[in-house]
Design a protein around this ligand. Structure first.
Ligand SMILES: Cc1ncc(COP(=O)(O)O)c(C=O)c1O
Length: 427
């Protein structure tokens, strides 16, 4: 580990060595994974945990024999790890599923069951559609669906508009922690407070935020929070946090023999056990980035064990990513014809930067960069409403660069020179 100024930085070469995928090349170019918001790479420890599960524990749950008991242990351990990652009070508040989208539809269907005439549900124009369409679907069950305005000029949510859309009829407010398209971090604590003030439930989509900063569900006081392990160095597994007292009175769609208790009532069928084994390893990886710094880091008092290390790890990740973000923003903004989208300077944001290049469709830019080993996304990233509000839907959306703890200053410079080259070559 190395210390950069006042911040606790991760040791980049130590971190990179753990990710076998980073050794890939595209022709002569080393692969630069700048596609993190679509899914991060995984460390060897995650791969080992998945393999070990399949070799040693592979079974269904609740059997009277060893591999089944080991499977129960693996799932129990992963719930504990997610509890530590999210700051939940109990591992009974953690459910696993196929992905965030599927779990969010399950929460929405559970809410539909108890629907009363005239109830309302509020989502945003800013979010990934995985946190819009499950709530829009509630119109089929008599709910009024409302959408909070996204301000395209500042790339932020209009909280005055949220205030106007809330009323005692509001049953739930669904909001993203951070935008997967433009990186804006929302004031979710305030939004949860506003929802609770009118007696509504509050649900947070933390899929994009989770790899970039510490999450504390107890402090946010949200009723639900969803994320996906494949965005934070793990396998393809969805995670639902549901406040115990809220989950206890909900009735998700489930088969009769399945346990009625939290969190099992949200888990349909046999889970992805090997993936769940990898979830624990992914969280231990984040904790390992924090462990060397814990003794020196402020703001960890009251935290113990792995929770403390995870929070420290997320802070170390922030300390690595935010300076790279600053260089990326500054570099892109100085290239003629490049327009960067995102919140104003000083507004909290993830290290996710989206832009357009005059005269070049986003897919063309992404292809040009991809051929040079620079992996970036293009399109609307399912934040389709936001991209429409920016007026970019018809022209192919945005080019999106997302940073992870394994990205290097050199990769940022390579990206900036490649974009500058594309612009100046007049291709
Ligand atoms: C912000 C956000 N929410 C939700 C999702 C959907 O997650 P999942 O693929 O786990 O369904 C994504 C996926 O990219 C996302 O970025």
């Amino acid at each position: 580990m190395e210390q950069g100024g006042n911040s606790m930085m991760i040791d980049l070469s130590f971190c990179r060595e753990q990710f076998p995928a980073l050794k890939q090349k595209i022709g002569e170019y080393p692969a630069a994974f700048l596609d993190g918001p679509g899914g991060t790479q995984v460390p060897q420890s995650v791969i080992d945990a998945i393999t070990d599960y399949l070799i040693r524990c592979n079974s269904n749950t609740h059997g009277a024999f060893r591999t089944s008991a080991l499977t129960d242990d693996v799932i129990r351990a992963a719930r504990e790890a997610m509890k530590d990652m999210l700051g939940a009070r109990s591992s009974d508040e953690i459910a696993f599923g196929q992905n965030m989208t599927t779990l969010n539809f399950a929460v929405a269907r559970a809410l539909a069951r108890g629907a009363k005439e005239g109830q309302e549900v509020v989502a945003t124009e800013m979010d990934h559609h995985a946190n819009i369409d499950p709530w829009r679907t509630l119109q089929d069950y008599g709910f009024v669906f409302r959408q909070v305005r996204f301000d395209p000029a500042s790339c932020t949510l209009d909280l005055d508009d949220l205030k106007q859309k809330l009323s005692p009829k509001t049953r739930l407010v669904a909001v993203g922690y951070a935008s997967n398209a433009v990186g804006t971090v929302n004031d979710v604590k305030e939004i949860v407070r506003m929802a609770h003030e009118v007696g509504a439930l509050a649900l947070v989509d933390a899929v994009h935020y989770a790899p970039h900063g510490p999450i504390d569900v107890a402090d946010l006081d949200c009723d639900f929070l969803l994320c996906s392990a494949y965005k934070f160095f793990g396998p393809h597994v969805g995670v639902l946090y549901c406040k115990k007292e809220v989950g206890d009175v909900l009735s998700p769609f489930k088969v009769a023999p399945q346990d009625e208790a939290m969190p099992y009532k949200f888990e349909t069928g046999t889970l992805n056990h090997e993936g769940i084994a990898g979830v624990t390893a992914a969280i231990d990886f984040i904790a390992s980035l924090g462990e060397p710094w814990e003794a020196q880091m402020d703001g960890l008092s009251g935290l113990t064990g792995r929770r403390r290390s995870v929070v420290a790890g997320m802070r170390a990740i922030e300390s690595h990513e935010q300076p790279l973000l600053a260089r990326l923003l500054e570099g892109l903004s100085s290239i003629p014809g490049v327009r960067v989208y995102g919140p104003p300077p000083g507004h909290p944001r993830t290290p996710t930067v989206s832009f357009t290049v005059a005269g070049h469709a986003p897919c063309e830019v992404a292809k040009f960069l991809g051929e040079r080993g620079l992996f970036v996304w293009d399109g609307d990233f399912y934040a389709t409403t936001l991209v429409k509000r920016l007026g970019l839907y018809e022209t192919g959306g945005l080019v999106r660069v997302g940073l992870a703890p394994y990205n290097t200053p050199d990769e940022i410079e390579r990206l900036l020179s490649a974009v500058a080259h594309l612009v100046s070559s007049g291709r």
